[in-house]
Each structure stands twice: as structure tokens, then as C-alpha cells.
Design a binder for this molecule. Structure first.
Ligand code: IFM
Length: 383
């Protein structure tokens, strides 16, 4: 049995747009409407019961939808604050420690009308939103994440253009990057002023890069650059404004000079992502230099038939355990995701949920991987 420390946190993660349904005033609604999604907005009690009773979790990560809270610039919707208060109380009642994300890819339409994250005013707007949330919900939350996967947001929105705003423009991408860094720093300061006990971070999507040819100097050089810019650049810029590190790990990548990504021969998920559990070990080791507690805020697999998910979890956790034995300070693991949900440009087809959602009637059904993960959480260890 590989045991985890006594207070280790076991959870799952979701984000508002992907699960809640009924979100009307954000950029994604115009880009690709998630409609009712999983109707988690009305079914959160049922979903948290599954997290408690089937998964035996003691924590949960979710995000607050900015466009619900501030549907018009400067106008707060107190009914929505009440909603999230109830969500937090429902978690509390089940002893599920909340980790709350303030920005998980979606933006209010009024912000987009003003240029979104390209406009430096976003720094003040985001800080004002963060302050409002923490003043109202701070008493129920210890752990905050300001921005989820900033580089994924920028890459998809300004380079790949599969996501809004869909503008291929490196200069704009760099402006957004700079504004996100500043927004995080300002929000960190404000959240700490409002609640000095709050723990604040971002969730970074890190990749374990390897050279395509082990002995190629050029491939190794590309790996160093990729790791620096993709995994560490943002963290370096905000490292004095982080109380912990939130790591999202899904993939590794073999890099051929200059930046060609090559998949290996291992089994792939339904999205074609190669399964590579050892990568989480290297991703954790790379973060050790920041000397902060690490929470794995996402790790999961699109696997509609649930063929690989159980083994995926076990193998990743074995590598997490090894990293911890070697001194990496990991405090929690959150599987992506609690329930099937809306996977952005790919829509509802990829199934990341431990709990299956039947989109015809919205019924939930635990997959067998849910039971495997539940046993691990209950035993606080892997057999
Ligand atoms: O669904 C996404 C999530 O929104 C952010 N991290 C990666 C997940 C799987 O692609």
C-alpha cells in the first residue's frame, strides 16, 4: 500500500461554463453555446453527494462565472452571490474543502466589448471582481485560484484560434500575457488585504517535454526553451505572489527542433493525447524549485468507454507518491473531472467524467473508474 499523508486532499475539479448550464452573458455563449450543459447549476447537491458517497472525496474545485456575478459593467448580481454561497455551504456540509477559481476561460460580454484581456483596464476590472467575490464569499473559502491555465487561454484564443476571441496575433497575445500577469499580482494583493489567511495561486497547465532524439543537441535546446516558456515563464513572473502552486498535468511531448511536437507509441485518450504517467513526476520535480506547496488541480483523461481511466489514475498517483517520497511537497490531487462536461471547441463528445452524464435526461451514473478512485480516496492510498 502506498499511503499518502494524513491530511492529503482528494477531490475532483470542474469549471462553471463546462457544467453549470444557462450562462448567457459570456463570450463562449456567442462562440459555442453550452446550453444547459450538465445543469449542475441546479443539481450541485446531487453531484456533491456523488463526490462524497461514491468518490469519498474531502475537497472539490470549481469556478465562479464572472458574467453571472457582473452581467453588466459595475453591476453586481447579488442573487448569483447567494447561489454560490449555497454551493459553498453544500460543500461545507459534506466536508468537501472548496478550491475556487475566479477566471476559467470565460469573460463577460461587456469586457469583450472593451477589448477583453487586450485592454489594460482588465487589470482593475479583474481586481474589482476578485475583491467583490472575496468580500462576499471569503468566509467560506481558504484556497483561491485567480486564473486557470493562462497560457492555454492565450494559445487557443490568439495563436490557434479555436477559442474566442479567435484573433491570430502574436502582439496581442503578448499584451494579454502581460495583463494576466499584472491582474494576478493585483488580485493577490487585494485578496490578501480582504482575507489575510487566504491562500492564492493560479492553475498552470504544464507539459513534460522530452527531446525527440535523446542525443540531439538541437532537440534538447528546444526542450529547454519550451519548458522555460510554457512551464515556468508565467510562474517566474508571479512567484512572489503565490501561496501554493496549482498544477494541471495531462500530457508530455517529444520535441523535434525547432518546435515540432511528436506523439510516442503509448496508448492515447479519445482526444489523441498520449498517456504518460511518469510525466507528472517530472512536472512535479520541475516545480520543486519554487519551494511552495503543490496541489494537483487537474489530471484526467477523455475516455468514453472507461477503458483506461482506472489504470491512468493509479499510475499517475504512483508517480505522485514517488515524487513526494523524494521531497516534493504535494498536498492534494484533484481529478478532472467529477462529471462529463462541455470540452470547449470539442463540445460534449469527449468524456472526462468519473460520473457519466446522459445528455438526453441528465442522469448521472458512476463509471467503474469512479469506484476505483473512491477506494483510493477512502484508503488514502493505492494498494
Ligand atoms: O476541460 C479542460 C479544462 O477546462 C482545463 N484543463 C484541461 C481540461 C481538459 O482539456
Amino acid at each position: 500500500m502506498k499511503k499518502f499523508p494524513k491530511n492529503f486532499l482528494w477531490g475532483t475539479a470542474t469549471s462553471a461554463y463546462q457544467v453549470e448550464g444557462g450562462i448567457k452573458n459570456c463570450d463562449w455563449t456567442k462562440w459555442k453555446d453550452a446550453g444547459l450543459a450538465c445543469d449542475h447549476y441546479h443539481r450541485y447537491e446531487e453531484d456533491f453527494d456523488l463526490a462524497k458517497n461514491i468518490l469519498h472525496n474531502n475537497a472539490h474545485r470549481f469556478s465562479i462565472e464572472w458574467s453571472r456575478i457582473e452581467p453588466e459593467k459595475g453591476k453586481w448580481d447579488l442573487k448569483e452571490i447567494e447561489h454560490y454561497k449555497k454551493v459553498l455551504l453544500a460543500l461545507n456540509k459534506r466536508n468537501l474543502k472548496p478550491f475556487v477559481t475566479l477566471h476559467h476561460f470565460t469573460n463577460p460580454l461587456w469586457l469583450i466589448d472593451e477589448g477583453g484581456w487586450e485592454n489594460k483596464k482588465v487589470i482593475d476590472y479583474f481586481a474589482r471582481y476578485a475583491e467583490f467575490i472575496v468580500r462576499n464569499l471569503g468566509p467560506y473559502v481558504d484556497f483561491w485560484m485567480t486564473i486557470n491555465e493562462p497560457l492555454v487561454y492565450i494559445g487557443q484564443g490568439y495563436l490557434d484560434c479555436k477559442w474566442p476571441p479567435g484573433k491570430k496575433n502574436v502582439f496581442k497575445a503578448l499584451r494579454v500575457l502581460s495583463n494576466m500577469i499584472k491582474a494576478h499580482r493585483v488580485a493577490h494583493k487585494i485578496i490578501q488585504q480582504v482575507d489575510p489567511t487566504a491562500k492564492i495561486s493560479i492553475a498552470t497547465h504544464n507539459i513534460f517535454f522530452e527531446p525527440y532524439k535523446e542525443k540531439s543537441f538541437l532537440d534538447k535546446f528546444s526542450v529547454s526553451l519550451s519548458s522555460y516558456f510554457w512551464n515556468r515563464y508565467f510562474l517566474n513572473k508571479v512567484k512572489n505572489y503565490l501561496d501554493f502552486i496549482g498544477l494541471n498535468y495531462y500530457v508530455h511531448s517529444r520535441i523535434q527542433f525547432p518546435f515540432r511536437m511528436k506523439n510516442g507509441d503509448n496508448i492515447k485518450s479519445d482526444l489523441g493525447w498520449e498517456i504518460y504517467p511518469k510525466g507528472i513526476y517530472y512536472a512535479l520535480k520541475e516545480l520543486q524549485r519554487y519551494k511552495k506547496p503543490i496541489y494537483i488541480m487537474e489530471n484526467g483523461i477523455a475516455d468514453a468507454e472507461d477503458k483506461y481511466c482506472s489504470q491512468f489514475i493509479i499510475d499517475h498517483l504512483k508517480w505522485v507518491h514517488k515524487a513526494m517520497q523524494e521531497g516534493v511537497d504535494v498536498r492534494g490531487y484533484f481529478h478532472w473531472s467529477l462529471i462529463d462536461n462541455f470540452e470547449w471547441a470539442e463540445g460534449f463528445k469527449p468524456r472526462f467524467g468519473l460520473i457519466e452524464v446522459d445528455y438526453d435526461n441528465l442522469q448521472r451514473k458512476p463509471r467503474s473508474s469512479a469506484k476505483v478512485y473512491g477506494r483510493i480516496c477512502q484508503n488514502n492510498g493505492i494498494i
